[in-house]
Design a protein around this ligand. Structure first.
Ligand code: PHE
Length: 451
């Protein structure tokens, strides 16, 4: 294949695409919720430490492994180390991204359906029982969520089909500023509600008494989930970054953007939760049940509700795009298949597997009877990928960058061949060799074995 490798053409494009992957449903519902639950400002401090100690080093490492090898997730470790055995962690990262895409695509599909429901005023003037029944009825319906998932995956495939520069980069450059604009509108609305200050206090006031060991571990775990680490995404994107770009600066900007959006999402959500006297709850409950309830009581609610679900859909889309690209890059490069055919085939397989996950929540369908470790298929894949596969992937990256990659090569990538001073290299080396792997192992052992 003599064709020149496709890639990002501008610095803003790289940041928009990588931040687009990082900023997802995790920022918009999970972060605000775990922050509030674990003592607000106290948790925030720990979280920022985790982003710096675990997130940033792994993010930089993934990008540098990708850029050094100019290969996909499976090939890059093996190529740089000269050892075929390193295809295994690469393969695991690929499998993780594929599985996460299959279930993330299902939830992403929900957001699309909620944009439709809010547009037709489905929740307007309804009580909370009705709003809850819409959600539970929808996810247990065997057809609707699958149709939404198919539409969302087609949208994802449509972006990836056009390639890195014309598809992913262009879409991210348009969608990310749009996402920021929507969050700011929602923030302005939220802080002008009466009672907003209580919500802001819930989010920001440091209460160290409420910060538990579990909270610290949650911060650690969330740090690499929110930065989309451990599944070859940032590695694949790194392989599209030109040599004259500083990887350290890029990674810092992506982590900062991710954190800012998470904070802005918290500011958009919690003042409203408190202003309307609603008990903050976690996960889909907050997003798909609590929020329509809140918007219902707000003047101009239908408008804000619609743009909120558009925001969720955009955040999810730039994440699904990055997940799909990991497999597309592998299949096109390793099997010499055209991007179009590869994208279509992979999207179809993701849809089929995702449909199984979706149907596992449908009581009338036989798949819902399958139970793994007491969970349905959907919950099990969510649990297994986040708690087992992601930490493994992140650990492999840290070990590779810290212990396997030659320090000369590492230095050459971080300085872009001497173009940037990259004074942080010695601190980075210590972190990636010792601190980051130890912290990842601690989180892993704790989450999986509860020790
Ligand atoms: N980083 C995304 C978020 O915060 C989640 C994600 C995980 C996206 C894995 C892609 C892949 O929501």
């Amino acid at each position: 294949m003599s064709k020149e490798r496709d890639g990002f053409s501008s610095k803003f494009g790289i940041i928009a695409a990588a931040a687009g992957s990082a900023i997802g449903l995790g920022n918009i519902w999970k972060f605000p919720y775990i922050t509030g639950k674990n003592g607000g400002g106290a948790f925030l401090l720990v979280y920022l430490l985790c982003i710096t100690l675990i997130g940033l080093p792994v993010l930089i490492s993934e990008m540098l492994i990708g850029r050094r090898s100019r290969k996909n997730a499976v090939e890059s470790f093996a190529l740089l180390s000269g050892r075929k055995g390193w295809k295994i962690p690469g393969g695991i990262a690929l499998a993780t991204s594929f599985l996460i895409l299959a279930f993330y695509g299902v939830v992403a599909g929900w957001t699309l359906n909620y944009v439709r429901l809010t547009l037709i005023g489905k929740f307007h003037g309804q009580n909370s029982e009705y709003i809850t029944s819409i959600f539970t009825g929808f996810i247990s319906n065997p057809v609707q969520p699958v149709v939404s998932q198919i539409l969302f995956m087609m949208l994802t495939g449509f972006v990836v089909l056009f390639g890195v520069h014309n598809g992913i980069e262009k879409a991210s450059k348009i969608l990310m500023p749009f996402l920021l604009g929507i969050i700011i509108i929602l923030d302005i609305r939220a802080i002008t509600l009466s009672g907003a200050s209580e919500g802001l206090a819930f989010l920001f006031k440091p209460d160290f008494g409420q910060l538990t060991k579990e909270g610290v571990l949650e911060a650690l775990g969330h740090a690499f989930f929110t930065l989309s680490l451990g599944m070859g995404i940032m590695l694949t994107y790194g392989s599209y970054i030109k040599k004259d770009i500083s990887l350290g600066a890029t990674a810092v900007q992506v982590a900062v953007a991710d954190t800012i959006i998470a904070l802005l999402a918290g500011v958009a959500i919690f003042p409203a939760v408190f202003a309307f006297n609603i008990e903050p709850t976690a996960g889909p409950g907050l997003v798909f049940i609590t929020l329509p309830n809140i918007f219902n009581q707000m003047s101009g609610g239908v408008f804000f509700e619609t743009i909120f679900f558009i925001l969720l859909a955009i955040a999810a889309l730039t994440s699904t795009v990055s997940l799909l690209e990991v497999t597309v890059a592998f299949v096109t490069e390793d099997f010499g298949i055209s991007r179009k055919i590869a994208t279509v085939c992979i999207v179809i397989s993701v849809i089929i597997i995702g449909a199984f996950f979706s149907l596992s929540m449908s009581p009338d369908v036989a798949i819902s009877k399958i139970s793994v470790m007491g969970m349905n298929l959907f919950d099990f894949i969510d649990y297994f990928t986040a708690n087992w596969m992601l930490p493994m992937g992140a650990l492999a990256v840290a070990i590779f960058a810290g212990w396997v990659l030659k320090s000369k090569e590492l230095k050459d990538e971080l300085t872009s061949g001497g173009l940037f001073p990259a004074k942080y290299i010695s601190i980075f080396s210590i972190m990636i060799k010792f601190i980051t792997p130890v912290l990842i192992i601690v989180v892993f052992i704790n989450k999986v074995f509860g020790i």
